[in-house]
Design a protein around this ligand. Structure first.
Ligand SMILES: Cc1cc2nc3c(=O)[nH]c(=O)nc-3n(C[C@H](O)[C@H](O)[C@H](O)COP(=O)(O)OP(=O)(O)OC[C@H]3O[C@@H](n4cnc5c(N)ncnc54)[C@H](O)[C@@H]3O)c2cc1C
Length: 479
């Protein structure tokens, strides 16, 4: 495998060819103008690049890749730069070239009969959601970075997010895609067919490949009929066991609605959000754990609330929940969600924060939390675990805030030890060390631990086919 440092900077001739393809003003070399493309929001990954390329058409992406391949220039694809594992940021050497998809931001078509949206890879997720909403549909992906991340990035990372319990991950919602590969070809079909059994499925290779095979330039995504009615409850429970029992409890009692979100939040997370983000605990008395439950319906107004009230009433009687607040209007609905979404940001104000993104079978979540916390405290006594996440699909962001009496630097120096302990607990429970953020550069050293030699050989062979010179995102994903 070629490493980023094996690549020379693009030659003058390569730079001239890049400029001829996209136009000189879309080849950024000015240090100041490149800066936003070279660091991610937490400043955990900061890199350098020879230039940033901004193609405006799919054919330009393909032509740029052909040129990069001929001149052996390393390419780092970038969407909205919200990735959390460093995949979209070049290394420090300064010879790599970032290719941003931000100008490929066109929604090509919404097919209301087929319930699909065809769009370019650089469409911002929130714009896709809004276009779907205006057409009477729901776009299936939603996450807290929706205002910045792009649909191409969502596919390249096989994003999960808040709606997985209702619609599945990004892969399950993509019917077809087109990708540019280093040979300069555009491959794949913008097919909206739900049935098309005509050979090996190349689409699935690019989803979750994190830009290591080629660049996704456009896709056809499923849309879902819009819900007309929603009910949201902020529920207090005693332990994670109750939160997990609540999932089946809710699912088996739904009459008129569907479960569209189920999020677990720990008490400390709410304290942080209230302290730093201006939020307010919706419950009168603090609870040890909270579950955010969203039900959605297409029936008459009040259908979802009917189910919510019935189910929570029964859960209350059965001692499963301590207390609950129901969002009574749109602004309360927004406030409940904001409290959940502020969780990562709020942790920033409490000093160093070690992040992890694991998944386990849903029934194992309580054991994951208990054993994970115990392991972390053995390594860093006084550390403050802030686990939260998409409990409905087994995904926890097992984040740890630093002890109050420790420096941020000393705490962050334990990153590897702490995440290793958490990951090992997840693996022992049949889980994954990366539920939805991907591997990038952060978790690359785990690939040999989690995949067999035969699996890694197959992945390398696929990479070698599409990218024989190793120009696509070197030093990411594959060890
Ligand atoms: C506040 C916050 C909340 C988040 N919540 C979630 C969540 O709930 N669920 C979740 O899954 N993720 C979450 N994320 C992570 C991130 O938003 C997702 O990984 C998202 O899908 C990345 O999209 P992007 O456009 O920003 O991609 P980028 O960050 O630009 O890139 C991510 C990776 O994809 C590659 N890539 C980007 N575009 C393309 C393309 N067109 N073709 C090929 N490769 C490409 C890059 O090289 C890189 O390896 C969150 C991030 C933040 C900051």
């Amino acid at each position: 495998m070629k490493r980023p440092e094996d690549f020379a900077p693009p030659s003058t001739q390569a730079m001239e060819r890049f400029a001829a393809i996209v136009g000189g003003k879309h080849v950024i070399t000015d240090e100041e103008a490149m800066r936003p493309f070279l660091r991610e929001w937490r400043d955990r990954y900061v890199g350098r690049a020879a230039c940033v390329l901004l193609p405006g058409a799919e054919e330009e992406v393909a032509a740029l890749l052909r040129t990069a391949n001929e001149h052996e220039v390393a390419i780092v694809p970038q969407g909205g730069n919200t990735g959390l594992v460093g995949g979209q940021i070049p290394y420090q050497g300064g010879n790599e070239v970032v290719m941003s998809l931000k100008r490929l931001n066109r929604i090509i078509d919404i097919d209301e009969v087929g319930a699909t949206m065809t769009l370019q890879a650089g469409v911002i997720l929130a714009d896709a959601q809004e276009a779907a909403r205006r057409a009477g549909f729901v776009f299936p992906i939603d996450l807290a970075a929706a205002g910045s991340c792009m649909v191409g990035g969502n596919l390249a990372t096989n994003a999960g997010g808040l709606n997985v319990i209702a619609y599945g991950v990004a892969r399950e919602n993509c019917l077809g895609l087109r990708a540019a590969i280093p040979s300069g070809a555009l491959i794949g079909h913008l097919s909206a067919l739900r049935k098309d059994n005509t050979g090996h499925d190349l689409r699935d290779l690019f989803i979750g490949a994190e830009g290591t095979l080629g660049i996704i330039t456009s896709a056809v995504m499923k849309l879902h009929p819009a819900f007309t009615d929603t009910a949201l409850a902020w529920v207090g429970v005693e332990t994670p066991e109750e939160a997990v029992r609540l999932i089946t409890f809710v699912r088996t009692r739904l009459e008129r609605s569907t479960l569209t979100a189920m999020e677990l939040v720990c008490r400390l997370g709410i304290e942080f959000a209230v302290r730093h983000m201006g939020g307010r605990d919706p419950l009168q008395e603090p609870a040890p754990w909270y579950v955010l439950i969203q039900l959605s319906a297409r029936g008459a107004a009040g259908s979802a609330m009917h189910d919510m009230e019935e189910i929570l009433g029964q859960a209350f009687e059965g001692g499963l929940v301590i207390d609950a607040a129901l969002a009574q209007n749109a602004s309360q609905h927004e406030a409940f969600w904001k409290l959940r979404e502020d969780m990562s940001e709020a942790q920033k104000h409490e000093g160093g924060s070690i992040k992890s993104d694991i998944s386990v079978p849903v029934a194992k979540i309580p054991e994951m939390i208990e054993r994970g916390m115990a392991e972390v405290l053995k390594i860093v006594p006084g550390a403050r675990p802030v686990p939260f996440g998409h409990v409905g699909d087994g995904n926890l962001h097992f984040n740890i805030s630093q002890p109050q009496d420790m420096t941020k630097e000393d705490f962050l120096a334990r990153w590897e030890d702490v995440t290793t302990a958490i990951n090992e607990v997840a693996l022992s429970l049949g889980g994954s060390i990366s539920a939805e953020h991907g591997i990038g550069r952060m978790k690359r050293h785990w690939m040999q631990r989690i995949h067999t030699p035969a699996e890694l050989a197959a992945m390398r062979a696929i990479k070698a086919h599409f990218d024989p010179k190793g120009i696509m995102n070197p030093g990411k994903l594959l060890p």
